[in-house]
Design a protein around this ligand. Structure first.
Ligand code: N2P
Length: 361
């Protein structure tokens, strides 16, 4: 993180004849780690850590497909990882450098193998759901005590949205998050690959478009926390971080996260090493550090996302492991769906659709 930290390990490595102090470049989602862990990594390993953040799979994908990103570790979501693997963007993990793989949770590994067979190229960092962040008092003020805060009606019914526009609604700027939810609301398969079915999302979104203040994938955390908006269609842990920020500010804002009862997207963010990573060895050191049970628990306790590390569970706070919005119970789990990538042709349709939804034409 800081480039000035010189530790004994780094000095020792230099004396031992290494050409230069090691450096590792990590590109991860914003609001996705406890920064104390970054310092701890540098102190423990003597490797300088350059840590950059993004909030969009599309932005990351553009870099991965172009190549020469300069990153050693990146974190695409499973469905994006899958097609980037197919494009040759990643290198196989050297599992002999990853003893902490023993800590991983087979339940999640089975799910992520759907995107990365045998988990050859990636480890799970965190996983979560996409759902409804609400400022509960504001939403009840606008829609009444029976406001459908655990239903997709909240954000896809134009009558509700017209009223909510008064207090502010944000949507993720992510077609692969919004389209499946809209299809689910319409009673279609959220993972549909039928262009005619997907096109139905256009008219639905155009009806509510005037009431969406912004499409953005990270600003909603503070916007919810400080009462600037009352609803966000966003990611589980981000909404829970907003809940905490509001509580810390003691500003009278109460934020809740709800998984829509009709179901929600369950996704998996995977750490992988680009094929042209400048320092693959340090990348493996970083992955192994992340898979340490206590480190992984510290990260989840801080950002309120579940992880794929079974050994970390004994170190998780009760408000994390015990919260079904983070670690879903059996019933909630049955209501979650996952998605697979669009092929290039359909991807063009989706990109066009998304552009027209956002621009409102
Ligand atoms: C962290 C968002 C990660 C979830 N701010 C998106 N995959």
């Amino acid at each position: 993180m800081t480039k000035t930290l010189v530790t004994l390990t780094a000095a020792a490595a230099l004396c031992a004849g290494a050409v230069s102090a090691q450096e590792v470049r990590v590109y991860n989602w914003s609001d996705y780690i406890d920064e104390d862990l970054l310092t701890k990594f540098e102190e423990e390993t003597g490797i300088d850590l350059i840590y950059d953040v993004f909030d969009s799979n599309e932005v990351l994908e553009t870099k991965m497909l172009a190549g020469s990103s300069g990153y050693d570790v990146v974190v695409p979501t499973g469905s994006f990882l899958q097609r980037q693997i197919q494009a040759g963007a990643f290198q196989e993990l050297d599992k002999s450098q990853l003893p902490n793989l023993d800590n991983m949770w087979d339940v999640i590994q089975e799910r992520t193998a759907q995107y990365d067979p045998d988990n050859t190229y990636s480890i799970n960092y965190m996983w979560g759901t996409t759902g409804l962040g609400v400022n509960i008092d504001k939403v009840r003020e606008v829609l009444g005590e029976d406001a459908p805060v655990d239903s997709l009606d909240l954000i896809f019914d134009p009558e509700n949205m017209e009223k909510l526009a008064e207090c502010g609604v944000h949507f993720l700027d992510a077609p692969t998050e919004v389209i499946p939810a809209a299809l689910n609301y319409l009673g279609e398969d959220p993972n549909s690959k039928d262009p005619e079915v997907i096109e139905q999302v256009g008219p639905l979104m155009q009806e509510i478009r005037p009431y969406i203040q912004k499409f953005h994938s990270s600003e909603y955390i503070n916007a919810l926390a400080n009462g600037q908006i009352c609803v966000a269609f966003g990611w589980s842990g981000d909404v829970l971080q907003a809940r905490d920020r509001a509580a810390d500010a003691d500003n009278g804002v109460t934020v809740e996260y709800h998984i829509p009862k009709r179901g929600a997207l369950m996704w998996f963010d995977q750490m992988a090493i680009p094929v042209d990573a400048p320092n693959p060895e340090a990348a493996h050191t970083f992955l192994n550090f992340i898979m340490d049970a206590e480190n992984m628990a510290q990260a989840s306790n801080y950002v309120y996302y579940a992880n794929g590390n079974e050994a970390s569970q004994q170190y998780l706070n009760e408000d994390v492991i015990g919260d079904p919005a983070i670690y879903p119970d059996e019933e909630t789990l049955n209501n979650l769906y996952s998605v697979t990538p669009y092929d290039p042709r359909l991807q063009r349709t989706v990109t066009r659709l998304w552009t027209s939804i956002k621009s409102g034409v």
